[in-house]
Ligand binder design. Sequence first.
Ligand SMILES: NC(=O)C1=CN([C@@H]2O[C@H](COP(=O)(O)OP(=O)(O)OC[C@H]3O[C@@H](n4cnc5c(N)ncnc54)[C@H](O)[C@@H]3O)[C@@H](O)[C@H]2O)C=CC1
Ligand SMILES: O=C(CO)COP(=O)(O)O
Length: 453
Amino acid sequence: MLIARISNNTSRSLHTISIHTRLENSSKFTRIQSRFQHRRLSVYPKYNALSKLLLRTTTSPSQISTSTIMSTIERSSPPSPISPPTPPEHPSKVLVLGAGNFGSCLADHLGDSHHEVYLWAREAAIVKHFNEHHRNPKYLKHHHFSRNITAVGPELPDAEFIQNMDVVLFAIPTQFLRETLKKMHFHFTKNLESRPLLIFVNKGIEVGTHALTLEIIADTCGPDVAKAATFISGPSFAKEVVQRQPTSVSVASLTESEADRAALLFHQPHFRCYTGNDPIGLELSGALKNVYAIAAGAADGLGFENNTRAMLITRGLAEMTRIGTAYGASPLTFLGLAGIGDLFLTCNSPNSRNYTVGYRLGKGEPLDMITKTLGSVAEGVSTAKGVKIIVDELGIQAPIATFIYEVLYEGKDVLVAVRELMELPPSRELDLSPTTGAPARKLMEKLGLDSTN
Ligand SMILES: NC(=O)C1=CN([C@@H]2O[C@H](COP(=O)(O)OP(=O)(O)OC[C@H]3O[C@@H](n4cnc5c(N)ncnc54)[C@H](O)[C@@H]3O)[C@@H](O)[C@H]2O)C=CC1
Ligand SMILES: O=C(CO)COP(=O)(O)O
């Protein structure tokens, strides 16, 4: 990369430094931008063209040394061993529903992979801004999005639009999914061949019904649609995916050929997909890890360190596996990317919204203040309610999830929860529940399948 020269124009107190450099893609630009923010330089880079980076700054350029700027840019662009996305033989038309962090991120990934992408947003202002600037003014604000994306909305796309799509991807938080599917169900025919591939990426359990997404789809769109629905889950922070950082996810469906289609659509050198046929295990993994991320955040907020976090992750995995197998999922699923992979990610990072909720609880903030100011969904908060009901109905031990429920909804003090958790009597380390998968059997019956299918 050549950084030829730094020149500047001054207009009032805002200076523009123009750097001639080569930016092959907007993700490199995003990395440069976050580096500058990290250094608190008050520098606002503007992705201008392939050959020019404009830095707007309130600090006089004379106070920012050339070497600072150059080294910041150079460290932002580590030599990447990863090949750029491979264009597909047949690009797909994809509708992504939900222009939050993850919907926007996945739309970008598919646009970056040369598919024709439509991103539905509920807010007219987001649709307008996105189409004019290729930016989302509310989520992933610093990212410059693929030009293969067109924003649509705020009305939900109609039947004709949907029938013209190869893929419809739902990136809508679990609590709003049923109402969205109810409005759209008649667009999805019973016939698999004439229906778009349906992909769901939400990670939660519905409040009130404690239903998984598979059941919400069956209730609203019928068993045929649910049987072919595909689910993606795994350690995948939106802001790292848009930077093309190496990432892997699990993709599951009861119809394995549909999971293969979804994996093929997403698979790229920087984004690996692994398929499976246990959507119930995959869904429970994604939903449950959010509850344990709240626990890990709370422990950090209280000032506990590494031993405590390692304990919570490991005992969280034991609880997740016990709940999952009692529900009727495969224990192996919890050892995959959607299970331990995502649990490890979210319990270890302040980039996780669920971890952040826990951390702030640990610091003594009340829950309603945290959720009001978080600016984004933390599915673990609502999911804790459904988990409590499932655990009680199955009659199994899940002390960490139970304490999180009590802290969130019964006013239990976090410190008291920690003390009570640590003072539980010794128990066997790894024991799967003797109950035998009744909830999954009931769900399979609803889909017209017997549980051995
Ligand atoms: N952000 C991430 O890194 C990842 C998020 N997920 C999951 O994806 C799902 C969506 O999460 P984010 O996009 O991150 O959330 P977000 O908080 O960034 O965005 C929320 C989205 O929900 C939409 N929304 C709000 N109320 C709605 C309603 N009544 N009807 C329809 N849509 C409504 C908003 O318009 C927005 O698109 C969640 O289940 C989350 O757990 C999964 C993997 C990674
Ligand atoms: O699920 C996620 C990454 O895989 C995102 O986690 P949070 O919802 O806690 O931010």
